[in-house]
Design a protein around this ligand. Structure first.
Ligand code: SF4
Ligand code: SF4
Length: 169
């Protein structure tokens, strides 16, 4: 069943909506007048089951229950174009970030790629591991080849601080 089908059966949850709005600090979703500027410039539009202006509309109306467990909120590529384009400071990007936090709080399914990034940061301090690349001469090179310094792994205190930050709401 698609998210759109679920929405048609949903009831508004005004308490959760107000909680989400209160976390948006300065982003005035209620001022959205559905001009679609966010959607027309969205980098991830083809991947989104719901479009940015639709997500804003649903939240304003209180149809928020299904959003945290939807893949849609993880499809946004955080390019911030909608923030720049919105004439009303009703940023879909900030809303999507709050919905991701709500998803984690509700222990909804988080895409595997994000979990991999978190464990990689814990292990190495980096979101991406160092990679080999192929030059235009078809030569494969890595950090050693470029005489770059060794990557230092984070101290244990980093892991404790990182985990604490993850747990903070
Ligand atoms: S969020 Fe902003 S850009 Fe998007 S429809 Fe609403 S007012 Fe327009
Ligand atoms: S931040 Fe997300 S919702 Fe906003 S334009 Fe980029 S991909 Fe689309």
């Amino acid at each position: 069943m698609s998210l759109v089908d679920l929405m048609s059966m949903a009831k508004p949850n005004l308490e959760l909506r107000d909680k989400i709005l209160s976390k948006l600090g300065g982003q005035e979703l209620v001022n959205c007048y559905q001009c679609l500027k966010c959607t027309s410039g969205c980098t991830a539009l083809k991947l989104l089951e719901l479009k940015p202006h639709e997500i804003v509309k649903l939240v304003n109306l209180g149809f928020v229950e299904e959003l945290p467990s939807s893949d849609t909120i993880w499809t946004c590529v955080t390019c911030l174009k909608c923030v720049q384009r919105c004439p009303q400071k009703a940023s879909p990007y900030h809303l999507i970030m709050v919905l991701r936090n709500v998803a984690v709080e509700k222990e909804a399914k988080v895409p595997e790629g994000y979990l991999k990034i978190v464990s990689q940061i814990l292990e190495t301090g980096l979101a991406e591991s160092s990679q080999k690349i192929v030059t235009r001469n078809m030569e494969t090179i890595d950090r050693d080849h470029l005489k770059l310094p060794k990557i230092r792994h984070p101290r244990e205190s980093f892991q404790a601080v990182f985990m604490k930050a993850m747990e903070e709401k």
